[in-house]
Design a protein around this ligand. Structure first.
Ligand code: GDG
Length: 470
């Protein structure tokens, strides 16, 4: 079996505290299964030019971490990746602004990644690049002599050409994607949006049958690979966590009230402001629930150096304060709002304890929390999932209560319907979703992507020229 090399912006070494993220969950599972190398930024910034990568071996996986220069990191990560590509790809034009210096830093970090990775590559490696931070990496590796197989998976949505065209170097971005052999998306919508860009730039004839795209002398495969969760691990984590101190204390503190839980990185794309306002609307419209439901929102801080994330945090504090100030009683708080991290297993226990899981992003590539919520439930007495129809996960989880996250009345109504849903209907909806989760679990996701990459590869040696900085 060929060695798998994963490349992502950020590497989380096992047992070190790391920013939570769906990416880490997916990559680790793939690497452990096939063995291999995970290359990326280690989380340190420096004033010196970055040296050779640090190598760490854990459970058969080699982690190679590079440092980045502080200023370049700010421009590349906080700037281009998270104030240009992230908002644009999530259709938030208001949050996007373009700046050439940031774009240059994005290029130069991608070049640096290619230079530092090159000496670590072996001839038959399968290289799998993750996410929007690293779109140009494939082109740089090709220019340095890597001849195949190179795959790219986008964890976030891909915008339609009419949105993508707002980006001044949109054509370069599309061309960069054609240097890969396999380009993977979360949903059919994203794939169609990619085709809209290819057609705009290269003409309709570039799109061949079977997901093949032909540009010049290169053919790539564009496909949908919906990311999943490790269903069995989530089930076990959730069951075990039910007897943990944290979950028991939380459960006891409900005093028999129903529980609604949300778990989201604190990010404007997750729709938390709209969700808080929908919850307030729900309490106003269905006053019989006042004092009888507790909504717990876990929102670990993320990207705190980006202004939009500071602003969203303030808005949420105000919104939670408003609702609590208005409705709380001496023995009841309507919203428990927690800006902190929990161990993954504890989170799964909290999800299992909930009567309602609320996942209402304004736009989301997939959303793993929605899938974890379903996997964590007790199948005999499952909670109900309320899910945004603008999350990729809604394509598979059609048995959730699907809502438009901007429609506070509809979200409030869904909360009411979820709380009142009879057991047979809850079981039926849950069973239908669990079946899909098992079929499309995390192992199936990585296996399908790796198979596509192997197919793209053939049997030739893969790296023509390997040398430092070549
Ligand atoms: C991107 C895309 C796509 C959350 N809080 C804690 C914690 N988490 C875990 C969750 C879940 C993961 O982080 C979050 O994944 P999501 O999919 O919900 O969201 P993003 O971080 O935005 O991920 C997304 C994903 O990539 C995968 O392709 O689905 O659309 O935006 O697993 O449980 N984990 C721990 N402590 C926390 O406090 N340990």
């Amino acid at each position: 079996m060929s060695r798998l090399v994963c490349v992502s912006n950020r590497i989380s070494l096992p047992r070190k505290s790391a920013a939570p993220g769906g990416l880490a969950v997916g990559v680790l599972s793939a690497l452990k299964r096939t063995g291999g190398l995970w290359f990326g930024w280690g989380g340190e910034t420096t004033d010196e030019p970055p040296g050779d990568p640090d190598l760490h071996i854990r459970e058969g996986v080699t982690y190679a971490t590079v440092d980045l220069r502080k200023r370049e990191f700010d421009l590349y990560y906080n700037g281009y990746a998270n104030q240009v590509l992230w908002p644009l790809f999530h259709y938030f034009l208001r949050g996007m602004r373009y700046n050439v210096e940031e774009r240059d830093a994005y290029e130069s970090v991608n070049r640096l990644f290619a230079q530092k990775l090159l000496p670590l590559l072996q001839p038959r490696d399968l290289i799998w690049v993750h996410d929007y931070h690293l779109i140009p990496l494939g082109r740089h590796l090709r220019e340095m002599g890597v001849s195949g197989p190179l795959g790219f998976f986008l964890h976030i949505p891909f915008p339609n050409i009419e949105m993508l065209r707002v980006l001044p170097p949109y054509a370069e971005l599309l061309r960069d994607l054609t240097h890969y052999d396999v380009v993977g998306f979360q949903t059919e919508n994203d794939l169609k949006a990619f085709y809209s860009g290819i057609e705009h730039l290269f003409g309709a004839e570039a799109i061949r049958g079977d997901g093949r795209v032909r540009v010049g002398d290169r053919t790539l495969r564009a496909e949908v690979f919906p990311i999943g969760v490790d269903v069995v691990t989530v089930q076990n984590e959730a069951m075990e966590a039910m007897s943990s101190d944290v979950v028991r204390r939380m459960y006891d503190s409900l005093m028999g009230r129903q529980l609604m839980v949300g778990v989201d990185r604190l990010d404007y794309s997750k729709g938390l402001v709209e969700r808080f306002s929908a919850y307030q609307h729900f309490l106003e419209t269905y006053p019989e629930n006042v004092g009888r439901i507790t909504y717990m929102q876990i929102a670990p801080l993320s990207r705190s150096d980006v202004k939009a994330y500071v602003e969203i945090r303030q808005s949420l504090e105000q919104a939670a304060g408003r609702t609590n100030g208005r409705f709380a009683d001496t023995d009841w708080t309507p919203i428990r709002y927690l800006n902190r991290n929990f161990p993954h297993a504890t989170l799964m226990g909290l999800l299992r304890s909930a009567h309602v899981g609320i996942v209402t992003p304004l736009r989301d590539g997939m959303n793993l929390v929605a899938k974890e919520f379903v996997a964590a439930q007790n199948p005999d007495d499952p909670g109900v999932l309320i899910l945004s129809n603008l999350a990729g996960a809604a394509r598979e989880l059609g048995s959730a209560l699907l809502v438009n996250p901007y429609d506070s009345r509809a979200v409030g109504h869904a909360i009411q319907a979820a709380l009142a849903m009879p057991l047979p209907e809850r079981r039926e909806r849950h069973a239908a979703m669990l079946q899909i989760l098992k079929r499309n679990d995390i192992a199936a996701w990585s296996r399908r992507f790796i198979e596509a990459l192997e197919k793209a590869g053939g049997s030739e040696p893969r790296v023509r020229a390997v040398g430092k900085g070549s």
